[in-house]
Design a protein around this ligand. Sequence first.
Ligand code: PHE
Length: 449
Amino acid sequence: MEIQKQLKSHGAWIGKWTFILAATGSAVGLGNIWGFPYKAGTNGGGAFVLIYLGCILIIGLPIMISEIIIGRRAGNSPINAMKKIAIESNRSSIWQLVGWSGIFAGILILSFYSVIAGICLNYIFIAFTSNGLISSPDQFSSVISSPINLIAWHTIFIVLTALIVSAGVKDGIGRMVKILMPMLGFLMIFMVVYSMINGNFSQAMSFLFAPDFSNVTSDTLLQAMGQAFFSLSLGMGSIMAYGAYMPKNQNVVNSSFTVASLDTLIAILAGLAIFPIIFAFNLEPNSGPGLVFVSMLSAFNQMQFGQLIGPLFFILLSVAALSSSISLLEPGVAYLSEEGVLSRKSSAIIISIFIWILGLGSAFSFNIWSDFNLIGNKNFLDSMDFLANQILLPLGGMLIAIFVGWYMDKSLIKSEVGVTNSLLYRMWRFFVKFVAPLCVGYIFYRQFF
Ligand code: PHE
């Protein structure tokens, strides 16, 4: 009855594919196409990629299953879901803090995410208004050097995000992802084929897949793990919130496998599209956050129909970013509207204003604040990224694993996964109870103690 009520207030997904597409839409975003290649590039390639894949499999996947179980069982937004399941399992309601930390992480992430997505929008605009995107090799520097410019596009992106979230999950989110996610997949494959033919594919392959562990430090481990959480949208409640709208008869484990595989596939494809071009043009693989914005332009510049494919690429990247950003805003908005404090629309507006203000710092970190370091030697944007991805998401994920593995009532878990005597179930249980928390704990320990 309670669940019915919640589903009524937020709406629910219709059909099995909507959940998969929405969760994939959340997972696939700037993290895959902008973040993964540049982080692999700055961390030496192969070894980072291998550790990343390991983290997806042994930490990410078990935690994704756990988040969906909690979300769907509770039928609430993450804060209330954690509270409700804790109480139903006769545990302290303090577990709701995991939900709060997730909302905080979502705000931090969206603040810089929106600035980067704004750059994509700006590229599209340039493509259609001036002589084309590719007119100058310094396109990226000219885009990021103006704070007003970055802020304008950051504003547009936040407004778009808030509009879709205000419309609610069913009409706003569900409809959009159905058409655009498959399009993105096709374009990525096309880009890889192009790079294969025209770029230095073999050098890219050995850069991405021949691991050299000699330079792996505790920082590499932390970054790879943070990237895995970020890319799968885990540890902050996005997947939990979407799980609440998942139909009861849908298989949690299979759906998680599908989402995690698609996400990983897109990240690898992005690497295979970008690095052959980097090497063919003698660009530096470790150039940082500008990587995709610089390298892809070089490709479009040379390519036949580049003037058409270039804008299309940035349109799809913006859409991928939008289908992720809405999932970053959703947990907070769902909570406020669920509590009845504010309507969905007002909640979306108020949280977005906060995020917008925080985002100014990230916009400035490309220009007037480029010398200002917030945490260690990290500028404002990198500090937000570090705090959220490398601290809050893994911490949240570890607590979720511990909660499901050790504290959540088994009968509640059973009601969500069905069989509990299969090998797959027992493996999952082992991973959430021991492997995932210990791995996160170990990586934290090595880096911080
Ligand atoms: N997974 C998204 C991406 O790869 C970002 C994201 C992180 C979305 C956390 C929701 C929650 O771009």
